[in-house]
Design a protein around this ligand. Structure first.
Ligand code: AMP
Ligand code: GLY
Length: 766
């Protein structure tokens, strides 16, 4: 007897599920609620029913009246609201996880805590229910962060802020202005990871995990991964970034533990478990869990399944997945999403779609609809993602060619699609995590490894790609009367410490932030950065990790990593030795230059907290601390000595911008670098002026005290070698001090004032 199926949902995923289930031997009618124009016009055996996804009672009554023998739930919303529990309670078969299990997706805070408990590799994070605490945490975060509204926010709840100020604005928007409503009651603040993203989906029956071919989605709306994130603009599978070994590792360390945990809690996980992972230089890390099929991943995974899909769903629901062998075709599939202009923002609907029949008729082409509807005799657009064209072939290149060729006949007004789906495939054999290509030399390999991170810093101003002889930056959008400000600096002997600790992820941030601060002192905001990395013997992974760190800092500052040089110089540097330098170019409007000229007696000095030693004084610090174990935890440092010494140089870009934004005039800025508090202030003071600094006006962090005590270093030497906890000094008029303090995101102190020059250019009192 043939069986009727009900699919809940309206997108491309649901159309793909319906089309595949329709192929099952013993399927009668596939009902889709509410469906789309594609499922409506699919022909015999597929029918739309006008019931909304959230209307469980009507859905249930319909399933009963049509003797539906399996209900398959597409989107996360109804799963999070407990549709499966409701159906199962009523004695109906329903594929998907229950409400408790769906919290893996519906509550990021729950998912993160589960991962922490089960030791599942994921980005470091903290969760907050209170705005003030979250805001404090943001300020203290050493490097890039990601903000995630904990609840379901229609795919928009994840924010990757470019600067601290952006992060602060977004945090307010979510927690105070409540732009995502209740979804933002709890927020997760995460470490920002760098790498390639993959989607790993698996069928689950409560006991067994049967993984599907690894897929890659393309979330940003424009070519080259630019523009805002969408639900997904195209996908392909399998991706060679995840080989069999890595896939096993992901099953064992990510999917299986979740399955086992849920089983032991008495809430077995049935349905699709989908892990979004970032392949970082340190290994795979979970970005998120979804409790359902991906869209558009489904469009490229289902064509590869040899088994009858309905029997797989049956096996899941019956806890019998272990008794069937999943067989995947040795083929590739690629899908290109066709969207409406303006998506993911507001976009028009009702545009007539032409040329579909020609596309569908081509061999290897499958078209699923997402945002379409039938209007009289026409098929018209009815959403952001309108449809997806999939190519299936023996290899990925061919699959992509077929998809794009299929798409060529389709048209509607304001149609938009990415022309570079699958572009990462050319780097597959050398992606950030892929195993080493034996015949690629180290130089080429390191460039390939870092290319992705570098490219991620490029906005529309960067012309040309990675690897040209010279980097090109379109200067036509610079402010009026632009003055370019440039600075070159090096990380110095802090590199020795990184080598000793084997940690290379932060020193890239050091050099970028150091250089940002140097141009910031003139009032300039960074435009682009070029780096120089030299070593005795090139380790491509290390080089890529360092440059990825630079990319993190560049992205955070909204500045492009425009070029660089990696030099291997055996004999000049000993094996294992490295040197890192770079040049920043920034811009400031002629009238906004900060040059110290207007500084006058009586002006006040504000000190902004440093994050540690920054990049200065390491020769002295290393000598003094030589006898101590770097890995040893030291209570007052709140961690290991090595960790405290390696904290990256802080950028003051956001602070200075914030102060200027509230209208405070900064008359002078002092970046407290080599020469410490003694030699740097005179670099901006006008003739006849001196700076008086009150020694007890700020808290000197414990690391500096430790160095002082261990080395019995005299005060005068400490003040000349280190920043002593103040990384930037700002000089403002007395009546602007309070406003400046309020605008600054970090800890700041009133540390002194400008006096008439008598003897020393900097005088310490107290
Ligand atoms: P999610 O919904 O958590 O997958 O986040 C949406 C997108 O934001 C992801 O696909 C990533 O592109 C990006 N993202 C999320 N978390 C991180 C992170 N910790 N580091 C870098 N990018 C992230
Ligand atoms: N393609 C991403 C998702 O389905 O969440």
């Amino acid at each position: 007897m043939s069986r009727n199926i009900l699919i809940v949902g309206r997108g491309g995923r649901e159309h793909a599920l319906a089309a595949t289930l329709r192929e099952s031997a013993d399927v009668g009618t596939v009902f889709v609620t509410p469906g789309n124009g594609g499922t409506e016009t699919a022909g015999v055996g597929i029918a739309n029913v006008a019931i909304e996804e959230g209307d469980f009672e009507t859905l249930l009554a319909f399933a009963r009246s049509e003797a539906v023998s399996m209900t398959v739930v597409g989107p996360e919303g109804p799963l999070a609201d407990g549709i499966v529990d409701r159906f199962v309670e009523a004695g109906l078969r329903c594929f998907g996880p229950g409400q408790d299990q769906a919290r893996l997706e519906s509550s990021k805070a729950y998912a993160k805590e589960l991962m922490r408990r089960l030791d599942i590799p994921t980005a470091a994070f903290a969760r907050f229910d209170q705005y003030e605490e979250a805001a404090e945490h943001l300020e203290a975060a050493a490097s890039g962060v990601v903000l995630k509204a904990s609840g379901l926010a229609g795919g928009k709840g994840v924010i990757l802020p470019a600067t601290l100020a952006d992060a602060q604005r977004s945090l307010r928007a979510i927690m105070v202005e409540r732009c995502f409503g209740d979804a933002g009651d709890t927020i997760v603040i995460e470490e920002r990871l760098v790498g390639q993203e993959v989607s790993i989906l698996a069928f689950c029956d409560g006991n067994t995990v049967a993984v599907m071919p690894p897929a890659q989605d393309h979330k940003p709306v424009f070519d080259g991964d630019l523009g805002p994130n969408t639900g997904g603009m195209g996908a392909f599978a399998p991706t060679s970034l995840v080989d069999a070994e890595l896939l096993d590792e992901i099953v064992e360390t990510v999917l299986q533990p979740v399955m086992v945990e849920m089983g032991s809690q008495g809430t077995p996980y049935v349905g699709v478990l989908y892990a979004g992972l970032m392949l970082t230089a340190e290994g795979p890390r979970v970005l998120e869990f979804n409790c359902r099929f991906g869209d558009p991943e489904t469009q490229v995974i289902l064509p590869l399944l040899e088994n009858d899909l309905l029997s797989v769903f049956d096996a899941c629901v019956d806890g019998a997945l272990g008794t069937i062998d999943l067989v995947w075709r040795q083929m590739a599939a690629a899908t290109v999403v066709v969207a409406s202009d303006g998506y993911p923002g507001t976009h028009p609907v009702g545009r007539v779609i032409k040329g579909l029949a020609e596309a569908v008729g081509q061999p290897g082409v499958q078209v699923v609809h997402a945002g379409t509807t039938v209007d009289g005799n026409d098929l018209v657009t009815d959403g952001g993602r309108v449809l997806a064209v999939t190519g299936v072939a023996s290899g990925l290149d061919e699959a992509l060619r077929i998809a794009y060729q299929g798409l060529a006949s389709i048209s509607f007004e304001g149609m938009h699609f990415r022309t570079d789906i699958g572009f990462r495939r050319v780097r597959d054999s050398s992606g950030l995590y892929a195993s080493s290509g034996v015949d690629i030399d180290a130089g080429e390999r390191s460039v390939r490894l870092m290319a992705e991170a570098v490219r991620s810093t490029h906005g529309p101003e960067v012309i040309g790609g990675v690897g040209g002889f010279g980097g090109m930056f379109d200067a036509s959008r610079l402010p009026e009367s632009p003055v370019l400000v440039a600075s070159t600096d090096g990380v110095g002997t802090k590199t020795k410490l990184a080598v000793a600790l084997g940690r290379f992820d932060t020193i890239g941030q050091d050099i970028v932030n150091h250089c940002i601060n140097d141009v910031l002192v003139q009032g300039a905001e960074p435009l682009f950065f070029l780096d120089y990395f030299a070593t005795g013997s090139l380790d491509p992974e290390m080089a890529a990790t360092i440059v990825s760190g630079m990319a993190v800092a560049c992205r955070e500052a909204g500045c492009a990593l425009l070029g660089g040089e990696t030099a291997e110089m055996p004999g000049v540097y000993l094996p294992g030795e490295i040197d890192i330098a770079g040049t920043m170019v920034g811009v400031v409007g002629r009238d906004d230059i900060i040059d110290g000229a207007k500084i006058e007696v009586g002006d006040q000095v504000i000190g902004i907290a440093s994050s540690g030693l920054h990049t200065n004084g390491y020769s002295l610090a290393r000598r003094v601390l030589e006898g101590l174990e770097l890995s040893e935890a030291i209570e007052e440092l709140g961690g290991s000595l090595g960790g405290a010494l390696l904290v990256p140089h802080r950028s003051y870009l956001a602070d200075v911008k914030a102060v200027r934004e509230v209208g405070v005039i900064i008359k002078g800025l002092v970046h407290v670098t080599g020469g410490g508090l003694v030699d740097n202030p005179p670099r901006v003071l006008p003739a006849g002026a001196a700076m008086r600094i009150h020694r007890s006006s700020w808290r000197v962090p414990p690391l500096f005290e430790l160095i002082r005590n261990e080395g019995r270093i005299p005060e005068s030497e400490m003040l000349r070698a280190f920043n002593m906890g103040l990384g930037m000094l700002a000089i403002v008029a007395p009546d602007e001090v309070e406003r400046a303090h309020r605008a600054i995101g970090h800890e700041s102190y009133s540390v002194g004032e400008i006096i008439a020059l008598v003897a020393d250019r900097v005088e310490f009192v107290g």
